[in-house]
Design a protein around this ligand. Structure first.
Ligand code: NAP
Ligand code: ZN
Length: 345
């Protein structure tokens, strides 16, 4: 075991503070990664606040990890010392079940091992707000040259969470796509959907971020606080992806889906949302969900981002500003992802 520096929430809802955690020794199939940057996902905040149910503390959040390999086990073939790598929301899976074989390791039937806070055996896992991490080589992704590590970190969750449903549901030329919520996930959704060739609209609570939305690649920007938006855009979109982190009027948004179109939800608010089923049956609409993406698809997304010159728009912070960053995410004051400089941990 090696002691490394980290930031942890000592208890549910408590502010994060500097601490020391143990990382396992580098096994034959493991890589040791010196973490350079770690993104702050709204999921980190949901979990520190125990909004998704009881959890395990002290909690070291962080599943948007970018760094450099500094040691490899003697059986490792995929990475070598000096490689630029990323780690996302999970760090192991059985590799043998139908879902793993189908490239959906996040849905491993024996339980994928989350990056944090706990593995399927109940053992404590520590995430990316730290200086080093040890992971099985197959769960470290290659960050292509051409994408800087700081703007690459958020791709490991925000990037793949939008890339996967946009690809699956056919975002591309001739398709009208709306992204609901212009935060960390949403801004990557706009960039990726535009790069895929779709005509992109942002649906935000207000017009405050309109200029940014258009700069990121959207062709139109509407406020969901304005009732006129729902009249003007009724039945407009082939595909709508919602990244909203709180409860919202799902039935109103479903009214904006074209006949035969699709609404995909990726936001994860704690409380249930009422759906009026007539919102779906009237228009043969599909209501879908999506959770991150598998390892091969995450690599495909990273390569796609490199090819299209995409990274996240970030605000780089020192680790002693994590709590302030959480408050600012909750206040909607982020453009568009806080990333921790791990050298300051
Ligand atoms: P974020 O940066 O805080 O963005 C969320 C956006 O939602 C905000 O920027 C805001 O956009 C909108 N929003 C917030 N409160 C709202 C409200 N009361 N009504 C309407 N819109 C509201 O968060 P994030 O990191 O992108 O994460 C978004 C959600 O996705 C979180 O719930 C997170 O846990 C979840 N998530 C899911 C997955 C998955 O695999 N499915 C992966 C990662 C994260 P505007 O200001 O533009 O309105
Ligand atoms: Zn995340």
């Amino acid at each position: 075991m090696t002691a490394v520096a980290a930031y942890a929430a000592p208890a549910a809802k408590a502010p994060l503070e500097r601490t020391t955690i143990a990382r396992r020794p580098v096994g034959p199939h493991d890589v040791l990664i010196e973490i350079k940057y770690s993104g702050i996902c709204h999921s980190d905040i949901h979990q520190v606040k125990e909004e998704w149910g009881e959890s395990l503390f002290p909690m070291v959040p962080g599943h948007e990890i970018a760094g450099v390999v500094t040691a490899v086990g003697d059986q490792v073939t995929k990475h070598k010392v000096g490689d630029r790598v990323g780690v996302g929301c999970f760090v192991d899976s059985c590799g043998e079940c139908d879902n793993c074989k189908a490239g959906m390791e996040q849905f491993c039937l024996t339980g994928a091992t989350a990056t944090y806070p706990v593995d399927p055996n109940g053992d404590h896992m520590y995430g990316g707000y730290s200086t080093h991490i040890v992971v099985t080589e197959n769960f470290a992704l290659k960050i292509p040259e051409g994408v800087a590590l700081d703007v690459a970190a958020p791709l490991l969750c925000a990037g793949i969470t939008l890339y996967s449903p946009l690809k699956r549901w056919g975002a591309g030329p001739g398709k009208k796509v709306a992204v609901v919520g212009l935060g960390g996930l949403g801004h990557m959704g706009v960039k990726i959907a535009a790069a895929l060739g779709a005509e992109v609209t942002v649906l935000s609570q207000s017009l405050r971020k309109q200029e940014d939305g258009l700069r990121l690649g959207a062709e139109a920007f509407y406020a969901t606080s304005d009732p006129a938006t729902f009249e003007e855009l009724a039945g407009s979109f082939d595909l709508i992806v919602s990244t909203v982190s709180a409860n919202f009027d799902l039935n109103a948004i479903l009214g904006l889906v074209k006949t035969g179109g699709v609404f995909v939800n990726v936001g994860a608010p704690a409380d249930p949302l009422p759906v009026h089923l007539f919102s779906l049956i009237d228009g043969n609409k599909t209501l879908a969900g999506s959770m991150i993406g598998g390892i091969a698809e995450t690599q495909e997304m990273l390569d796609f981002c490199a090819e299209h010159g995409l990274g996240a728009d970030i605000e780089l912070i020192d680790a002693d500003r994590i709590n302030e960053a959480y408050d600012r995410v909750l206040a909607g004051d982020v453009r568009y992802r806080f990333v921790i400089d791990a050298a300051t941990i």
